[in-house]
Ligand binder design. Structure first.
Ligand SMILES: C[S@@+](CC[C@H](N)C(=O)[O-])C[C@H]1O[C@@H](n2cnc3c(N)ncnc32)[C@H](O)[C@@H]1O
Length: 116
């Protein structure tokens, strides 16, 4: 069964996920970084907390942090329920389960929101 996402879904990744996805080294992280399409990821917030330099660009930022958080809260249960219904289609080596995925996405959203 396919997942259906018929509206904008602000689901963001963490700094740890960015490091793993892009194979970022410490030397990379100490450069000036521009994140194109960072959306609601917490990469910028976590990097900034560590004194590092990231500028994020995303059309999502036309919305306020409250609006992005509200949109996330509106869609998260639907998405996680769809993931649960298709759980055999996903690899659970990083996020351990649909509920763990939810927990991690909420954590990212809170980190990003608090930084705004
Ligand atoms: C799947 S999300 C990924 C968010 C983030 N990179 C992450 O991994 O958590 C894709 C993001 O790309 C943004 N996007 C779409 N078109 C774009 C554009 N033309 N320039 C910059 N960002 C764009 C969307 O608004 C959305 O936030």
């Amino acid at each position: 069964m396919a997942m259906v996402l018929d509206k904008v879904v602000p689901f963001g990744r963490s700094m740890d996920e960015y490091i793993k996805i892009f194979n970022l080294t410490n030397a990379d992280l100490n450069k000036k970084i521009i994140g194109i399409g960072d959306g609601p990821a917490s990469f910028n917030a976590e990097m900034t907390r560590q004194g590092k330099s990231v500028v994020s660009v995303d059309p999502l930022y036309q919305f306020s942090s409250d609006e992005i958080l509200q949109r996330f809260n509106e869609v998260v249960d639907n998405i996680i329920n769809q993931v649960k219904a298709t759980s055999n289609d996903w690899v659970w080596s990083y996020h351990k389960s649909p509920d763990d995925l939810r927990h991690n996405r909420v954590k990212v959203m809170v980190l990003a929101y608090l930084a705004c």
